[in-house]
Design a protein around this ligand. Structure first.
Ligand code: SF4
Length: 227
């Protein structure tokens, strides 16, 4: 386990590494971020950002999506993948928002996760970025990076969220998630770019030679493929 001083040093370094880290989804209000985050499952933020302008021009709010024709909605979100399930979730989520919350996105984890198709990760994205409620979304990048550095020892997103939250003041939660996500996308990829990483001196994976083992594994795999 890292000491509080080391945890602070790591997140300060990640902040410097990725200044201005934020969600890459484009949105104008909490409802748009909720929809965009739901669409980003098994997709990319860039792909979602291509789809949402036309989607929100046609269906701007919960009332509009709740009453949408499923076929038309499926066509608009088709490029994000899993469009049938996503369309069903969007209509279900919007209908419940309308009946239970007058069409407004609630600023509460329990109320958000009661909506169809909304899990803790999506709820935390919306709470932290659009509703001013601290939230720490845990995705595959957060899991990989925080485990490699040695901040946590778990692949359970709920446990990792609780552990990371316990190490940081609430005001840092959302930014911490954003920086870990960007770090996972740009530097600490599945094949990590450790020489470019400014937290390597505090990283367990680096200090125990994980990167070297990965390079050797890749080299022997390439050698076998050449045979
Ligand atoms: S040193 Fe390597 S493994 Fe550790 S966080 Fe940086 S990129 Fe990831």
């Amino acid at each position: 386990m890292k000491s509080p001083a080391v945890v602070k040093r790591i997140f300060d370094a990640l902040d410097r590494h990725h200044p201005g880290a934020d969600t890459e989804l484009v949105y104008r209000n909490p409802f748009e971020l909720l929809v965009a985050t739901m669409l980003s499952a098994q997709s990319t933020d860039a792909r979602v950002n291509l789809v949402t302008p036309a989607l929100f021009a046609r269906f701007p709010d919960a009332k509009a999506i709740a009453g949408a024709d499923t076929g038309e909605l499926e066509i608009l979100i088709h490029a994000t993948g899993f469009f049938r399930q996503k369309s069903k979730s969007l209509i279900g989520m919007s209908s419940l928002l309308l009946s239970e919350h007058k069409g407004t996105v609630p600023a509460s984890m329990d109320a958000l996760t009661a909506l169809p198709g909304v899990g803790r990760k999506t709820a935390n994205v919306v709470l932290g970025h659009a509703l001013g409620v601290p939230g720490l979304p845990v995705d595959r990048h957060v899991l990989r990076v925080s485990n490699r550095i040695g901040l946590v020892r778990s692949e359970d997103p709920v446990k990792v969220e609780a552990e990371l939250c316990s190490m940081l003041p609430p005001a840092r939660w959302t930014r911490a998630s954003d920086t870990l996500i960007l770090h996972g996308r740009r530097i600490c990829r599945p094949a990590p770019l450790c020489p470019r990483c400014n937290v390597r001196n505090d990283c367990d994976y680096f200090r125990t030679g994980g990167a070297t083992k990965l390079i050797k594994k890749g080299a022997s795999k390439a050698k076998r493929a050449r045979r």
